[in-house]
Design a protein around this ligand. Structure first.
Ligand SMILES: [Zn+2]
Length: 273
């Protein structure tokens, strides 16, 4: 991978984008068919690819929103089941317009395009910098523990599958709460186990190997339990929960979008004080 990244440094940025677009265009044609459908690229496919990590703790703890998933990756745009579930949530439960100020942290590419198209210039994407990665143009490099925004700036913050990587997750939740407007919402999806009453974390588990063994991924620092919504409430959020079946899904949509029907959408709302 190091060599690939070094070669990339010498190629014009446009070249990489063009190659990626062409690759996905060809896959859209080659994999066209039934029974899957991707709402982001608005095409149907004969396959979605398997994706995610497969580790014993994920199965033992029945972790939702993590682990190896069969038929999850769209061949045409790379979206996964979690993104398509949020597509349903945004389409059915929100009214995002060009007036909606959105902060999208660690943006998933297909969801990012979808939100950006709706919010236009009011869409901001931000991510923590890691060496060796390419970041999309206009993506801010930021620290979730110290966001570079004034209080009460955003109507919507989207920050999925990030908190399980952060030792000071409470501090990150407070920062998200701070930058939201009154009545603003945050979508903060995390992997969690319905078998755990309380979130499991241990600051002594630090090696990649041990984190895989105990938390289900080399860079996760905990497994959230049924108390996850309580953690959001402690920061001041009001928490609403949506199950996939509540999202106006017509027959077969869950199957066509290959959505995990056990995955719940957690919506953290900043109440008017
Ligand atoms: Zn797609």
């Amino acid at each position: 991978m190091k060599i690939v990244n070094q070669i990339k440094q010498f190629l014009p940025r446009q070249f990489g984008l063009y190659a990626r677009q062409t690759y996905y265009q060809l896959r859209k044609i080659y994999f066209a068919g039934q029974p899957y459908h991707c709402p982001f690229c608005q095409k149907s496919y004969r396959v979605f690819f398997d994706g995610g990590f497969d580790l014993p703790v994920i199965n033992e703890m029945q972790i939702i929103g993590s682990g190896r998933r069969k038929a999850t990756i769209c061949p045409g745009c790379g979206s996964n089941d979690r993104e398509r579930l949020l597509y349903l949530y945004f389409e059915n439960q929100t009214n995002i317009t060009s007036e909606t100020k959105i902060l999208h942290i660690a943006p998933e590419p297909s969801l990012s395009k979808f939100l950006q198209k709706k919010a236009k210039q009011n869409y901001t994407a931000g991510v923590k910098y890691f060496e060796g990665f390419y970041y999309a143009k206009n993506t801010l490099l930021l620290d979730l523990l110290d966001l570079p925004f004034d209080d009460g700036q955003f109507d919507l913050v989207v920050c999925n599958h990030v908190l399980e990587h952060i030792p000071e997750d409470g501090k990150a939740m407070k920062e998200i709460f701070r930058v939201l407007k009154m009545n603003g919402k945050a979508i903060l999806q995390v992997p969690w186990s319905p078998l755990l009453e309380k979130t499991y974390e241990d600051a002594n588990i630090t090696s990649a190997k041990d984190r895989e063994r105990y938390f289900g991924q080399f860079d996760h620092v905990r497994i959230y339990g049924k108390d996850y919504p309580d953690k959001l409430k402690e920061v001041g959020f009001h928490v609403d929960i949506f199950e996939p079946k509540e999202l106006n899904m017509k027959d077969n949509v869950a199957r066509q979008y290959a959505i995990n029907e056990k995955e719940i959408v957690f919506v953290a709302k900043k109440p008017v004080s």
